[in-house]
Design a protein around this ligand. Structure first.
Ligand code: PXP
Length: 247
């Protein structure tokens, strides 16, 4: 099975929120991502609403052509959003207000009671649940025990490894946790920090079903689009100057 590509468009919303305006619109970015071959769309509605807003969730829920994966912390507010907007599935993540991005996996063993009731809450709504965890076999087993449907293994330590040896070590951990995931009958997803240079090894892990990628795709999109965006602005200015000299 070719792993599905989940495109995370949070960064588009981050740029919009820098001016609290209307552009760029993540809804438009989703259309482009789907045209490019995204198999699903991932958004993270954070408690502090620093990027994705409820409006995005509401509109995307109506307009996406592919499944919508909502990353969410286990809080009363977010569970209510899940109930109201019913994303195709939910990935529970840990969340700290002061972090720049999701820094580690959810400690399912430590938070087993709240995780259990959050999974039950989603299942009652008919929504499958994935758990974003570190590549740790005990965490995988806990997810299975609590009846999660999938795990998303955090690839941050692999992606951020400072040496080749460390990277190889982290890949071994990912493979070990992947094997446990499949043995537990859970769907296998991975994500965080994956880019054009490091994705191949992870995509090649046996039974990999889904990769969620945001930062590197949005970063590349900005650079690929820069030349055309500047050329379009330049031609408007040139045309305005030419018009000034018309009778
Ligand atoms: N998966 C999860 C659970 C995440 O929290 C994130 C970051 O929002 C990603 C994948 C995507 O990570 P990146 O932006 O580094 O590709």
């Amino acid at each position: 099975m070719v792993p599905r590509l989940g495109v995370n468009v949070d960064h588009i919303a981050t740029i919009r929120q820098a001016r609290r305006g209307t552009e760029p619109d993540p809804v438009a970015a989703v259309v482009m991502a789907e045209l490019g071959g995204a198999d699903l769309i991932t958004i993270h509605l954070r408690e502090d609403r620093r990027h994705i807003q409820e409006r995005d969730l509401r509109i995307l829920r109506e307009t996406v052509q592919t499944p919508l994966n909502l990353e969410a912390a286990i809080t009363g507010d977010i569970l209510q959003q899940i109930k109201q907007y019913r994303p195709h599935y939910v990935t529970f993540v840990p969340e700290k207000r002061e972090e720049l991005t999701t820094e580690g996996g959810l400690d399912v063993i430590r938070h087993r009671d709240s995780v259990k009731s959050a999974i039950e809450f989603c299942h009652e709504l008919g929504i499958p649940v994935s758990m974003f965890i570190d590549p740790d076999v005990a965490q995988v087993a806990a997810c299975a025990e609590l009846d999660a449907d999938a795990v998303e293994l955090h690839t941050g330590a692999y992606a951020d490894a400072s040496t080749k040896a460390k990277m190889a070590e982290e890949l071994v951990a990912l493979k070990r946790a992947s094997t446990e995931t499949v043995a537990c009958g859970l769907h296998l997803h991975c994500g965080h920090g994956l880019n054009y240079l490091n994705v191949t090894e992870v995509a090649a892990i046996a039974h990999m079903e889904e990769l969620n990628i945001g930062h590197s795709i949005i970063s590349r999109a900005v650079l690929i689009g820069m030349k055309q965006a500047v050329a379009e602005m330049k031609s408007l200015i040139v045309a305005a100057h030419a018009a000034r000299h018309l009778p």
